[in-house]
Design a protein around this ligand. Structure first.
Ligand SMILES: NC(=O)c1ccc[n+]([C@@H]2O[C@H](COP(=O)([O-])OP(=O)(O)OC[C@H]3O[C@@H](n4cnc5c(N)ncnc54)[C@H](O)[C@@H]3O)[C@@H](O)[C@H]2O)c1
Length: 419
């Protein structure tokens, strides 16, 4: 941690829903963050936020929160359609911003965000994607070091229960950024771009929408090629019949639901009897599911394929994949397991990047321009689905090499494995 001496950053959370629930524990734990304020339009959520954070200031709108002169930065985790207007609003009030994925609904909105932050001299982090996770950054660092030769391909395959998690009406509206492409490509595409350097050239993709009682895409597959000759494949199926954690030796068929619970959920959805609003509420602050899923006291757990899925990196002289505690590295010298700290409670990379930029004047690497390039690929998958064509990309940016030294992942141990 490079932030020891300077004072903590006063952060306000706008939209204290499920996405925010996942980030509250890292915010509480980060010594350089002062969880200073929260805003939500739902009075119940506001009450629960105040009950947990007695000293925090609580507001009933984004407008009221950004008008607080003591708030220095905001974490925007409202529904997708608010990401751009609230970023512009916050920037116009001089607040630094971390915006949840997807960054925006379209490129024009994303441009407005970048422009507003630049004009107001505030930092913008395109945040909360799995590409910040240590095993992804370590994959990139190993590739960038050149020790395994040129990069050939990065392939990410996810099979999850994403579609059958409880959803609000806005999440079921593709016009408001609902569906798997908007919501999940920020994890897989950001990761593939990060490992491959960032400069994708074109994409051919297609989404699938196969469940009659869900009005949003629940599947996509995309093929990318990069200017450096590497290729990438991203596949995500969120229908939850089969989940990719069954594929790893230390995994199983459970998600937050057992397989039979998932079957019951699908049947209830088909019958129109699922209490979805109640279930969603239970995942938000103070709910039973929030406690179980986001505030579990179980401690660090083994990595299992999640929303990012299984990531396979192929180089000229070897391959990388995630392991239970870090990475497996396959080379001509054999198989080595690289152990890293991948405790999800240490998921504070966006916060650290924000803090370092604001207090220490360091660059934002997951910048507006970076996030916009990932958004471009997601939007191109939608366009490619409609047109059946390969879509050329024009807004790609590279990830600077300094990122790897600034945010180097520490390998705690190297274990040689007989193989
Ligand atoms: N990065 C991740 O892993 C991750 C995970 C979950 C959600 N998210 C993102 O978080 C965002 C919200 O999704 P969610 O699942 O948390 O939904 P949610 O409905 O649980 O949360 C949204 C919250 O915003 C509040 N809200 C709505 N309109 C508002 C407004 N105008 N002003 C202030 N508050 C308002 C709602 O009352 C609710 O509490 C989405 O953009 C989603 O993509 C990201």
């Amino acid at each position: 941690m490079t932030t020891a001496e300077a004072k903590s950053l006063k952060l306000g959370v706008i939209g204290v829903g499920v996405g925010a629930a996942e980030m509250l524990p890292p915010m509480e734990r980060a010594p350089y963050i002062d969880l200073f304020a929260g805003a939500d339009v739902d009075p119940d959520v506001r009450r629960r936020f105040q009950a947990r954070y007695e000293e925090a200031r609580v507001y009933d709108s984004a407008e009221a929160l950004v008008a607080d002169p003591d708030v220095e930065a905001v974490w925007i985790s409202t529904p997708n359609r608010f990401h751009s207007p609230m970023t512009v609003l916050a920037a116009n009030h001089g607040k630094h911003v971390v915006v949840e994925k997807p960054m925006a609904l379209n490129m024009r909105e994303a441009e407005e965000m970048v422009e507003a932050c630049e004009r107001n001299g505030v930092k913008l982090v395109a945040g909360h994607t799995q590409s910040f996770m240590p095993h992804v950054r370590l994959m990139r660092q190993i590739v960038a070091s050149g020790e395994m030769g040129d990069l050939g391909a990065v392939n990410a395959i996810a099979y999850t229960d994403w579609v059958i998690r409880p959803r609000t009406a806005d999440e079921l509206d593709p016009e408001q950024g609902g569906g798997l492409v908007y919501r999940q490509t920020p994890h897989q595409i950001d990761t593939i771009r990060l490992i491959a350097g960032g400069m994708a050239r074109s994409v051919r993709g297609a989404y699938g929408q196969w469940m009659k009682y869900r009005s949003i895409p629940g599947y996509y597959a995309a093929f990318l090629d990069f200017h450096n000759g590497a290729t990438g494949v991203a596949i995500h199926n969120g229908y939850g019949y089969f989940v990719a954690s069954e594929l790893v030796a230390w995994g199983d068929a459970n998600t937050r639901y057992t397989p039979s619970e998932r079957n019951e959920i699908r049947k209830a959805m088909a019958a129109g009897t699922r209490p979805e609003d109640e279930e969603k509420l239970s995942l938000r602050i103070g709910g039973e599911a929030e406690r179980r899923i986001f505030r579990s006291e179980r401690g660090p757990e083994k990595w299992k394929p999640n929303d990012l899925g299984i990531v396979l990196v192929s180089c000229e002289r070897g391959e990388l994949r995630q392991g239970p505690d870090g990475l497996y590295k396959y080379t001509d010298d054999g198989l080595v397991e690289l152990i890293v700290d991948s405790d999800p409670l240490h998921r504070d990379q966006e916060l650290e990047e924000l803090y370092n930029a604001v207090r220490l004047g360091k660059p934002v690497y997951h910048s507006g321009a970076w996030g916009m390039a990932t958004l471009e690929v997601g939007l191109a998958i939608n366009e490619s689905t409609r047109t059946g064509k390969n879509i050329e990309l024009t807004r790609q940016v590279p990830m600077p090499a300094e990122y790897d030294t600034e945010y180097a992942v520490e390998v705690l141990e190297e274990r040689r494995i007989d193989h």
